[in-house]
Design a protein around this ligand. Structure first.
Ligand code: HEC
Length: 415
């Protein structure tokens, strides 16, 4: 029952999280586009009011004409729209989802029994939370110290890159790949929301208060807010990759998974840079940013080539060294039947998938009819995605995965 309730919580939170993330990332992309596409106002009236840029757009049957006041407008309108719930609800739903899936079942999700550096489940929960908090403190410290200096953006960029690489490496040493990738994404996303919560919105509140009370407005608030908002835009693609990566076991279970994560996130940030600069290129403000897109795509292609599966002949080698006590590997020629598959599932899967005790995702693998019913899922999880056995506590060998493959491709016989 508990796992059924958690499954529902997981589903509803994930749904909410995706919706709010679309709203947040969508508005963030829109404002980056808007800001980079502004041109000096044509109208004398607008110039007199202190408008620094304008945009004309057509959308959904109407024409739009947003204008930007560099520091502040001459007077405040009655209704001022704020953008923060998109960010806050994305973080809150994401954190709740992290809790019901990863933290609640820390012993399964955050601890890899075959990893010598694995932590006790409680320590793993603390470490996961520390990733979110410590990264924010360090990143925020870097921005505070170097952000306002000359060439500050370049220094901050370089230091944050080093920090993210180190965090990715460390997470992959401590946590199973799936959790490590997700936590690095959650860590960046937490800092994105914290940027909104601790800098962007408070800065805007100060400006609004100054305007209301007729005090001069300090442009530093706008500058700082803009700086954090630019960082957020470079984090979006890497974060979305990290969030989606948990569907791809062959990515996050790779021996050098930390490098896979860094390369993929780097490619995401480079591609984002291409899109950001494209707006400026259209207005003749900077050269065509194709080198960024090319760099991102080359990194993706290089990663794909690097990770390509080992050819059959080489992969067959571990047969002889299959772990002692491993399920019997049926003769390579024939289709393995239930007599070969049953013991393999009992040994490697039933701890987490049994009718009597725990049945993760309601998959029970101790009865032939259930096995038949889940045949395709078993094949997908064990052979294609290599996600199961989760954390591979019993060291399922490649030869055993091959047995599952031949069983499935031979019609998944239950005899
Ligand atoms: C240590 C516990 C554990 C072991 C061992 C394990 N699983 Fe799982 N299994 C899980 C968890 C946890 C999930 C839910 C995965 C998720 O949410 O991504 C799951 C999900 C699944 C699913 C459903 C996937 C889906 O979302 O459709 C299948 C099928 C599956 N396991 C098959 C197997 C097979 C086959 C084995 C043995 C070769 C195995 N599992 C071993 C924990 C385990």
């Amino acid at each position: 029952m508990e796992s059924y309730i958690l499954d529902w919580a997981n589903l509803l939170l994930r749904w909410l999280h995706v919706i709010t993330a679309i709203a947040w990332v969508g508005s963030s992309f829109y404002f980056v586009f808007l800001d980079s596409s502004l041109t000096p106002p044509q109208d004398e009236d607008l110039k007199k009011q202190g408008v620094s840029g304008e945009l004309w757009a057509v959308h959904g049957g109407g024409f739009y004409h947003p204008v930007k006041f560099a520091v502040s407008p001459p007077r405040l309108p009655e209704h001022l729209h704020w953008f923060y719930w998109e960010s806050y609800t994305t973080w809150l739903s994401g954190f709740a989802l992290l809790t019901v899936s990863y933290l609640w079942n820390a012993n399964i999700y955050l601890v890899d029994p075959s990893n010598p550096h694995a932590l006790h489940p409680h320590a793993a929960i603390a470490a996961a939370l520390a990733f979110l908090v410590v990264f924010w403190l360090l990143y925020d410290g870097i921005c505070r110290i170097f952000g306002q200096r000359e060439r500050g953006d370049a220094i901050v960029g370089a230091l944050v890159l080093v920090l993210v690489c180190f965090a990715a490496w460390l997470a992959c040493q401590i946590f199973p790949g799936q959790a490590a990738f997700l936590l690095v994404g959650a860590m960046l996303a937490t800092s994105m929301s914290a940027n909104v919560f601790f800098w962007i919105i408070p800065g805007q509140r100060t400006v609004v208060k100054d305007l209301q009370q007729g005090r001069p407005v300090d442009p530093i608030h706008g500058k700082r807010g803009k700086q954090r908002s630019v960082h957020n835009t470079y984090f979006t693609l890497p974060v979305l990759f990290a969030m989606l990566s948990n569907h791809y076991g062959w990515l996050h279970s790779h021996a050098q998974n930390w490098l896979v994560l860094i390369l993929m996130m780097f490619a995401g940030a480079a591609i984002r840079q291409f899109f950001v600069m494209r707006h400026g290129f259209k207005l003749g403000r900077n050269p065509h940013p194709w080198p960024y897109a090319l760099a991102g795509v080359l990194v993706l292609v290089a990663t794909a080539v690097w990770l390509k599966p080992v050819p059959k002949a080489a992969a067959a080698a571990p047969v002889a060294s299959a772990a002692p006590g491993a399920a019997p590997v049926a003769a390579a020629a024939g289709v393995p039947g239930y007599e070969a598959l049953g013991p393999l599932l009992t040994q490697h899967c039933v701890v987490c998938h049994s009718a009597a005790t725990l049945a993760q995702k309601n998959v029970k693998l101790d009865a032939p009819d259930e096995i038949k019913q889940h045949a395709t899922q078993i094949y997908q999880q064990v052979v294609v995605l290599r996600k199961m056995p989760f954390g591979n506590p019993g060291a399922l060998s490649d030869a055993e995965r091959d047995l599952v493959k031949r069983w499935y491709e031979g019609g998944a016989p239950i005899n």
